[in-house]
Ligand binder design. Structure first.
Ligand SMILES: [Zn+2]
Length: 455
């Protein structure tokens, strides 16, 4: 099957160019002026941008978090993702207490296999580090599980890693070429907040329980350790100006990157002051004074824009009795909104926005996830994950999740229309609708652990 995408403005090598894209089988065969090329199907991209398929680098789906099971399955998450141009979903496997990471990985793969509309890859969150565990991690990393997630907080959940442990892991696993993803909030600073004098019945108090300084200090500590040991570091969901500035100032000294999320750009702490403000509880919290942060991100400071999609059921979010906001599950959906909210960052400059999406939603996350040789650009030989994006469609409300979760961006609209989305060469979305909703075509991008040499 050959598909020719003609007449669009193609994002290639950091520029927009009037070119055609020829897709053959699952791969991009050629990019150029290909008017004479024969094809089984021609897609007219007149008036549209032609971009590489998007990657949401940071999502939580189909998993138990604390007492609650998340609202999105692999099927529902990748459905709303693919309808919005997200051809690869990155999500997490967390080692459960008393269990092995490998068994968790097998369970996640079983849940996803045959049910995903987009391609899927996993970041791994190990929580025990015996010599045997480290040996397993080395095999998994060599086999394509290139990203390890660590948390500088959440002791009660059993996923906390001290700075000493992080340093040891940078030393013992940093040579593998993989990347450490770190949630940076300093646990000591959070523990030092005296909750007794605070009104825990107000969602807004969350901003006091998890102060900006906690994120900034943890970023400084972890960045310094990564530079010292030459480890590759990606800091997830940066929400503070000072944290982002520290990363930016040190970027050239090592292999550092970071992401921010649309909620830290377009929502602020005033949302927590609403009567239903608990629905916007997430960690790190929504912050105040977004203008300078937004301006820095508009300049392209963040390598990756990702959602930290973490959709709790509406009933679970609303289940608390109003006494202690710490009972409310932390997280909110964003997956289906990602291209729209990212676009908004460069509102008024559509060419800049299109290039921003190509870089921060595709090229950079593909490289960081270890699939830069397969995805992330419209280059011959790479997977033909491709989005034909019309910036001038009818305005419609954002829809972050197709599941029963509260919308994170109520009242926000977008005119982006997804005329066509190809997943590995196959037309999977036309005019925003899945072409084959009953037969998901996503693939698991990493090998089964059973196929790796694990004893
Ligand atoms: Zn997360």
């Amino acid at each position: 099957m050959k598909t020719l995408v003609r007449n669009g403005r193609v994002a290639l090598d950091g520029k927009l160019q009037a070119l055609d894209v020829l897709v053959e089988g699952e791969r991009i065969a050629a990019v150029g002026s290909l008017g004479a090329a024969s094809a089984d199907r021609v897609v007219d991209a007149q008036g549209c941008y032609v971009l590489p398929g998007f990657i949401d680098f940071h999502t939580h789906v189909d998993d138990q978090i604390g007492p609650y099971y998340l609202a999105d399955t692999y099927e529902s998450a990748t459905r709303v993702g693919l309808e919005n141009g997200i051809t690869t979903l990155c999500t997490f496997v967390t080692q459960e207490p008393g269990d092995t990471l490998l068994r968790g990985l097998e369970r996640a793969r079983a849940k996803a296999e045959g049910r995903t509309h987009a391609d899927v890859l996993w970041h791994l969150t190990p929580t025990t580090f015996s010599p045997g565990d480290l040996a397993t991690l080395r095999v998994l990393q060599a086999g394509g599980y290139c990203t390890l997630k660590l948390y500088t907080t959440y002791k009660a959940a059993g996923i906390f890693a001290s700075y000493d442990l992080i340093e040891q892991l940078f030393q013992s696993l940093g040579d593998l070429g993989g990347c450490f993803l770190v949630h940076c909030e300093d646990d000591e600073l959070i523990a030092a907040v005296d909750a007794r004098g605070l009104d825990l019945s107000k969602a807004f108090t969350h901003t006091l329980l998890r102060p900006e300084a906690a994120e900034v200090v943890a970023i400084q500590r972890v960045v310094d350790l990564a530079l010292k040991h030459r480890a590759s570091l990606h800091v997830v969901h940066v929400s503070t100006l000072a944290g982002a500035q520290y990363l930016q100032a040190n970027r050239a000294k090592g292999d550092l990157s970071f992401e921010t999320c649309p909620q830290y750009l377009f929502l602020d702490e005033s949302w927590l002051a609403r009567p239903d403000g608990h629905r916007w509880l997430c960690s790190p919290p929504l912050r105040g004074n977004r203008a300078p942060f937004l301006e820095l991100m508009r300049q392209g400071a963040a390598d990756v824009l990702a959602t930290d999609h973490c959709p709790f059921c509406a009933a679970h979010k609303d289940a608390w009795d109003g006494t202690d906001l710490r009972q409310v599950p932390n997280g909110m959906p964003g997956l289906g909104s990602l291209p729209h909210t990212a676009w908004k960052l460069w509102e008024g400059d559509p060419d800049r926005a299109a290039l921003g999406l190509a870089t921060q939603l595709s090229l950079n996350p593909a490289r960081r996830a270890g699939v830069g040789d397969r995805k992330g650009a419209l280059r011959p030989g790479l997977d033909a994950d491709l989005v034909v994006l019309d910036p001038n469609g009818p305005a419609r409300p954002l829809r972050s999740s197709a599941s029963d979760a509260f919308e994170s961006f109520p009242g926000f609209t977008s005119t982006l229309a997804f005329r066509e989305v190809l997943l590995r060469g196959e037309s999977r979305v036309r005019e925003g609708q899945l072409t084959q909703p009953q037969t998901p075509g996503g693939r698991l991008l990493q090998p089964s652990p059973a196929s790796l040499a694990l004893s």
